[in-house]
Design a binder for this molecule. Structure first.
Ligand code: OSB
Ligand code: MG
Length: 369
């Protein structure tokens, strides 16, 4: 395919409820959506960047700039055989995985449409539905958290992820376990601890967690390896795994027992699939994380989560867990058994509602100008 035109949309979308992690509280999310045009078709991709470099060093501004000045010029007018060739095309641009992932996802969507198949089947997904969980932000009180958990369990979510930070950790998990002795439960620290917190982190072993996610620094592997030797609970790395190479290093160092794969964080679907394959060979379970994506990113994540070694429930909740109205149709819904269907239609398998995308747009650009 020959890419004829690329559009960027800087959008702002309001969450139904604020989402609080150890690095802050968000209610209005900003993202960059791209539309890539080729052969009379359009593919969509999402870069779930944020205004400030808190979760990742990338921001809306760096994503906009790197796409506009470095990546889109490489795409325009280039003959592309397969979306899987994009990482090589983009390799001379260092870093910026989310900027790359948005464009790569749009080309994957195009390739699937051209082949007349769903994105999931194009990449080798084997499941028609995937198990999903819900990630619950830090609340104003333990009682409020317990109520949130009750509400999500009533909707069918079985695996619960609780965000933790110093002062909102063992005390909170003890209360959750007292109320729910048997639910599949995990905790995500978003890098809020150091090895000085070893006694506290060891105390989490008492709560029978599926895993503890990213307890230490976002760019650390060595201290995580040290910590993993001290814990019974498997460590799951999120922020630390930004590429296939980092995943290889983490496994070599025994820095984790589980990897959370977020396609945008690792540079796209191609890298996500490579990390999946590596972990499969090493018997390391993986699951699909989320970055509060709109339906565009969610559709792509679900296709990835259909790969066979995604054996743990993902942070792939239904549209109504995030939005009053998603920007795609149909919205993603939770099945009563705690699963979500992988879209079966061609490409992403959902329709991007242009009026909703444009209504959310703060800034747009089209290339060539
Ligand atoms: O650490 O997994 C995380 C959301 C934004 C940034 C980081 C994280 C998260 C989540 C929410 O936990 C996952 C989701 O429901 O999309
Ligand atoms: Mg996380």
């Amino acid at each position: 395919m020959r890419v004829e035109r690329v559009e960027q949309f800087h959008i702002a979308v309001r969450l139904k409820q604020p989402f609080e992690t150890s690095f802050g509280r968000e209610e209005v999310l900003e993202k960059v959506i791209v539309a890539v045009y080729a052969e009379g078709l359009v593919g969509y991709g999402e870069s779930p960047v944020e205004p400030l470099p808190l979760y990742s060093y990338e921001t809306v501004e760096t994503c906009w700039h790197v796409q506009r000045d470095a990546l889109i010029p490489l795409l325009l007018g280039t003959e592309i055989e397969h979306a899987r060739d994009l990482p090589a095309l983009f390799a001379r641009v260092r870093g910026h995985p989310m900027a790359k992932a948005g464009l790569e996802a749009a080309v994957w969507d195009l390739e699937a449409q051209m082949a007349g198949v769903s994105l999931a089947s194009l990449i080798g997904g084997t499941r028609a539905r995937v198990e999903v969980g819900v990630s619950i932000g830090i609340q104003d009180s333990v009682e409020a958290l317990l109520e949130r958990i009750a509400g999500y369990r009533a909707q069918g979510y079985r695996r619960i992820k609780v965000k933790i930070k110093p002062g909102w950790d063992a005390n909170v998990l003890a209360a959750v376990r007292a109320r729910y002795p048997d639910i599949p439960l995990m905790a995500d620290a978003n890098s809020a601890y150091t090895l000085d917190d070893l006694p506290l982190l060891k105390s989490l072993d008492a709560f029978d967690l599926l895993m503890v996610e990213q307890p230490l620094a976002y760019d650390d592997l060595l201290d995580h390896a040290t910590l993993q030797r001290e814990l019974l609970t498997p460590i799951c790395l999120d922020e630390s795994i930004t590429s296939l190479r980092r995943a290889r290093e983490a496994l070599a160092l025994h820095a984790c027992g589980i990897i959370n794969i977020k396609p945008p964080r690792v540079g796209g679907i191609t890298a996500a699939r490579a990390i999946h394959d590596l972990c499969d060979e090493r018997n390391v379970p993986v699951w699909c994380g989320g970055l509060l994506e709109t339906g565009i990113g969610r559709a792509a994540n679900l296709a990835v989560a259909a790969l066979p070694n995604f054996v743990l429930p993902g942070d792939l909740s239904a549209s109504d867990r995030y939005w009053e109205q998603d920007i795609v149709e149909p919205p993603f819904v939770l099945n009563p058994d705690g699963t979500m269907d992988v879209p079966k239609g061609v490409g992403l398998g959902v329709i991007v509602v242009r009026e909703r995308l444009e209504a959310a747009t703060l800034r747009r650009a089209s290339y060539p100008a």
